[in-house]
Design a protein around this ligand. Structure first.
Ligand SMILES: O=S(=O)([O-])[S-]
Length: 136
């Protein structure tokens, strides 16, 4: 039987730990060492993002996470033991991306539950503007 997008998201959510917007905010306030990985597209990032996030569009994720790939991003491929929170719009793509990172050996990956929509609804800090870091 073929699968739908919601099947993929549901399966990923069964394997991935999620973090709420409140808990993420608290962790950031406490200065926890967290790598925020926004896996949306650059046009989505530009409209609004959490300051300090790394932008790695989902289509480039595996390459960015692989130290032997020309698209590698050092901040990501060196973070296998670091706490990572993956971000997207409503938490679907981030669950699938977090699942992928886990399969690649990243041991402390979580996905933001409800995504940036939830973050925004809670009125937590966001910024607008194009990504200034290195893209994969
Ligand atoms: O995949 S999504 O949650 O960003 S719509």
């Amino acid at each position: 039987m073929s699968k739908s997008l919601s099947d993929f998201i549901k399966e990923a959510r069964e394997r991935v730990e999620e973090v709420s917007a409140d808990d993420l905010q608290e962790a950031l306030e406490e200065g926890e060492d967290l790598l925020l990985v926004d896996i949306r597209e650059p046009y989505e990032f530009e409209k609004a993002h959490i300051p300090g996030s790394l932008l790695i569009p989902r289509g480039m994720l595996e390459g960015a996470a692989d130290p032997n790939n020309p698209h590698r991003i050092e901040a990501l491929y060196t973070a296998k033991d670091r706490a990572i929170v993956v971000l997207c719009n409503t938490g679907g793509r981030s669950a699938m991306a977090a699942d992928t990172l886990q399969q690649m050996g990243f041991g402390k990956v979580r996905s933001l539950s409800g995504g940036l929509k939830m973050w925004e609804a809670e009125d937590y800090e966001m910024a607008a503007g194009a990504y200034e870091g290195q893209l994969p």
